[in-house]
Design a protein around this ligand. Sequence first.
Ligand code: SF4
Ligand code: SF4
Length: 245
Amino acid sequence: MRQKIRKAMIIFSFILFPVTIWYFSPYLIIQAASEHIINGSFIVFLSMLVLSVFFGRVWCGYLCPAGGIQECMALCNDRPAKQNKRDRIKLVIWSIWIIAVIVVFIFGKNDVTIDPFYMTDHGISVSDIGNYVIYYGVVFLLVIPAVVHGKRASCHYICWMAPFMMIGSRIGRKLKIPQLHIKADKDMCVYCKRCNKVCPMGLDVNQMVLKEENHRCSECIQCGACVDECPKKALKYAMRWEKRS
Ligand code: SF4
Ligand code: SF4
């Protein structure tokens, strides 16, 4: 039941993407920085960073429109993309992009102002035909890796938002701040590997259970599919860290 609700939420978020896309724009934050404007995507990315300290990457599992597109693409390719060296591509993209935002801001003009609805039409992102061209371009960019490499490939390889939450999660873990995570009890595991089969991120959940390090995986989106699938209840959601972590 939880997974049905999760999928409904994430697909609804995708349906709303034409309204919300500018609030996730990696380009508009640069354009706004050149005018010293704190725009919608700046606020959203900062919120992702802060909230991930307490909730990890739950945004990716339950609310992200880009995740919704990719879960729909499972109709074309249901094989999950694997965690591998390509995962670092997104960190390189993110680093270059953040440097660009900072440099543009330093050389920007005007006093600093806040405009959450920057470049939207009364808060709505896509309001004319020209904007739909950009919208479908972004959708295409997200869909192609998912079709070629498998489910959630864009999350693994190119997502510009994931690093904010990877950093926030890591900060939470280091400071031992209560944070939503998946806790494993290897003594209860019977190694059926059903958790591996359902993980939309293609993670080797069973291996993590063996090492009891599910909570450390930066690619886990806290979707709970493994929790719901495990016949022995060896996996569960938790907020509090055990002493050893
Ligand atoms: S490890 Fe479990 S909670 Fe994390 S992404 Fe995979 S199925 Fe979802
Ligand atoms: S589904 Fe549960 S019992 Fe099966 S391998 Fe995964 S953690 Fe172990």
